[in-house]
Design a protein around this ligand. Structure first.
Ligand code: ADP
Ligand code: MG
Length: 266
């Protein structure tokens, strides 16, 4: 079976894309999936957060996008059981320039995913690919939307949460109607929810009334463990499994799988 490909997109920075990529991947792996993360952000926070040092990144998403390496060649195992990553390097900053003039510039990642057959994680095929996008609707994010089955949108529980969302939804709709008709929205995950702050509750309410069932039941709390873990090169689930943040990502993983089964059956 081909892996399900989910992209974590929101052109705003600091909303929890990378934190969600790392911890959702770990949670999915913990319940038996084989997960590949593709780090498309030149900042490389997902790679660093999973303990991949810069010197270990011989090949990166850049090499994959420009066709100089296959996904199996560029993928490396992380210390997280059953999670591999195609890391990012600063080279990604230049990828737009390299591919902008090419007719298939938006299809680079999709084409690269055609050669996944030899990629094995602990002797089994990859079942989920999570793409961590940069904070922009640039060609990298477009490549991820063209390659993906579905988008997962992290939204921060803050006053301007919905600002910019319509632009993202418009881009998704544009890609669906042209380059990738099968693209769907997996869901919207509310992050950094602070129960002591009335504003968080208000934002959650507003987003739920705007987006309805697209919003996951699971809400990711603001939790210091989630922000500490990357400095140890670990997902929060391996740093402190019992913390509220880790537990929320485990619940999110079961919701994501439930929705995937529904989408796949539809
Ligand atoms: P993005 O990838 O969208 O830019 P990040 O996942 O890097 O966002 O999150 C931005 C910052 O907020 C990081 O320092 C991260 O550790 C922190 N952070 C993310 N989610 C939470 C959370 N639920 N609770 C506390 N801190 C968080
Ligand atoms: Mg990020």
């Amino acid at each position: 079976m081909a892996p399900r490909i989910l992209t974590l997109a929101n052109q705003k920075g600091g909303v929890g894309k990378t934190t969600t990529a790392i911890n959702l991947a770990t949670a999915l792996a913990a319940i038996g999936e084989r997960v590949l993360i593709v780090d498309l952000d030149p900042q490389g926070n997902a790679s660093t957060g999973l303990g991949i040092s810069r010197t270990d990144r011989a090949l990166s998403a850049y090499d994959v996008l420009v066709g100089e390496a296959s996904v199996p060649e560029a993928a490396i195992m992380t210390t997280v059981p059953n999670v591999a990553i195609v890391p990012s390097t600063m080279d990604l900053l230049g990828v737009e320039l390299t591919i902008a003039g090419q007719a298939d510039r938006a299809f680079k990642l999709r084409n690269a995913f055609k050669q996944l057959d030899e990629l094995r994680i602990n002797d089994q095929a990859v079942s989920y690919i999570l793409i961590d996008c940069p904070p922009s609707l640039n060609l990298l994010t477009v490549n991820s939307l063209v390659a993906a089955d579905a988008v997962l949108v992290p939204l921060q529980c803050e006053f301007f949460a919905l600002e910019g969302l319509s632009q993202l939804l418009q881009t998704i709709e544009q890609i669906r109607s042209t380059l990738n008709p099968r693209l769907s929205i997996q869901g919207v995950v509310m992050t950094m929810f602070d129960k002591r702050n009335n504003l968080s509750e208000q934002v959650l309410h507003d987003v739920r009334s705007e987006m309805g069932d697209l919003v996951y039941e699971t809400v990711i709390p603001r939790n210091v463990r989630l922000s500490e873990a990357p400095s140890y090169g670990k997902p929060a689930l391996l740093y402190d499994l019992k913390c509220a943040g880790s537990q929320a990502y485990l619940r999110l993983a079961t919701e994501v799988i439930r929705r995937e089964r529904r989408l796949a059956a539809a």
